[in-house]
Ligand binder design. Structure first.
Ligand SMILES: *[C@@H]1O[C@H](CO)[C@@H](O)[C@H](O)[C@H]1NC(C)=O
Ligand SMILES: *[C@@H]1O[C@H](CO)[C@@H](O)[C@H](O)[C@H]1NC(C)=O
Ligand SMILES: *[C@@H]1O[C@H](CO)[C@@H](O)[C@H](O)[C@H]1NC(C)=O
Length: 289
């Protein structure tokens, strides 16, 4: 169960705002259950390893060429590859969702991409170039061999969600997402959550996504590689390291879910406003006849 999938679970905030987003995307994805987003969360990961989908590989990350732990930072011009990156991909597929000319299936695909990439961009090692985003750094986590990227994508999140995750991933993830949703609504995140939407602007997806990416990237210096890449190589990360990393993973999942719900709602509201305008123009011109 990956960070990006868990974020999608936390994106459903029943009884709060974002009614437009939920209704619109339930209809688009033809799934009216509460978990309408969960079923499409992993699609983009399966696609990138197919022949057709290979071009989407770079869309999952942005390789910041900074130098942790002394300096973190993302420079869009420098770090977004010619083929694209997670920031340009969020822009591209958000634009496609807003394009009324686009065929239905292309809008469904665009929705699946946006849903996945908003999760990915919140994983600190999806915003870092060092050792291919940590894929080349070998460590152990609870005495099992992994690379650091996998530890941040999956191991920490799974430990946070709880032991039963392997045998029953969905119920465990649902419980975890529900707990996070409550923390966002009434618990420890209810004050910080307003700040989480500070940089969100539908008219400027690049600035929005870059702000999200920069936040995650800052954790590379503070929490992912606090002593640098060489120092962490071969280390056991299930103990003290986990204790520091887990709150970061938790807040990043909460932010990703909250922002995803808000972003989808902005898209749906914008489409809805346009449709309403079109209808009223049609009616008033019919009145003129
Ligand atoms: C809706 O999504 C859920 C969660 O992914 C899935 O289990 C269910 O089969 C989906 N329903 C339809 C009609 O596709
Ligand atoms: C935008 O999306 C289309 C359709 O998937 C793709 O062909 C194109 O490469 C994307 N462009 C960028 C800059 O991501
Ligand atoms: C946050 O939750 C606390 C209770 O946990 C409550 O007293 C406070 O009013 C809440 N703040 C907001 C902004 O909802």
């Amino acid at each position: 169960m990956k960070l990006s999938s868990l974020a999608v679970g936390a994106a459903v905030l029943p009884g709060t705002a974002w009614a437009w987003g939920a209704a619109y995307f339930q209809a688009l994805l033809r799934n009216d259950t509460q978990d309408y987003l969960a079923g499409v969360a992993t699609w983009a990961d399966s696609l990138r390893y197919t022949k057709w989908g290979r071009f989407t590989g770079p869309f999952h990350y942005i390789d910041a060429k900074d130098s942790p732990p002394s300096y973190c930072g993302i420079d869009y011009e420098r770090d977004c590859k010619q083929e694209g990156c997670v920031v340009s991909a969020i822009q591209n597929y958000t634009g496609q969702l807003l394009d009324p000319q686009l065929p239905y299936w292309d809008r469904v695909k665009a929705a699946k991409f946006v849903i996945h990439f908003v999760g990915d961009i919140h994983q600190p090692l999806h915003t870092e170039d060092v050792a291919k985003g940590g894929n080349g750094i070998h460590v152990t986590f609870d005495h099992v061999n992994f690379n650091l990227h996998h530890v941040w994508d999956t191991s920490i999140a799974e430990k946070l969600v709880g032991g039963r995750v392997r045998r029953q991933p969905y119920p465990a993830a649902r419980q975890f997402a529900d707990r996070l949703t409550e923390e966002i609504r009434l618990g420890k995140f209810n004050v910080s959550r307003e700040g989480w939407l500070g940089d969100v602007e539908l008219a400027d997806p690049v600035a929005t996504a870059l702000a999200w990416a920069r936040e995650g990237n800052a954790y590379v210096c503070s929490t992912v590689l606090p002593e640098g890449a060489e120092a962490i190589s071969g280390q056991e990360l299930g103990g003290e390291y986990y204790d520091k990393a887990a709150p970061v993973v938790e807040v990043q999942i909460a932010k990703a879910g909250y922002r995803l719900a808000a972003w989808l709602d902005l898209i749906a509201s914008s489409i809805n406003a346009r449709e309403t305008l079109k209808e009223s123009l049609k009616e008033s011109s019919m009145g003129d006849l």
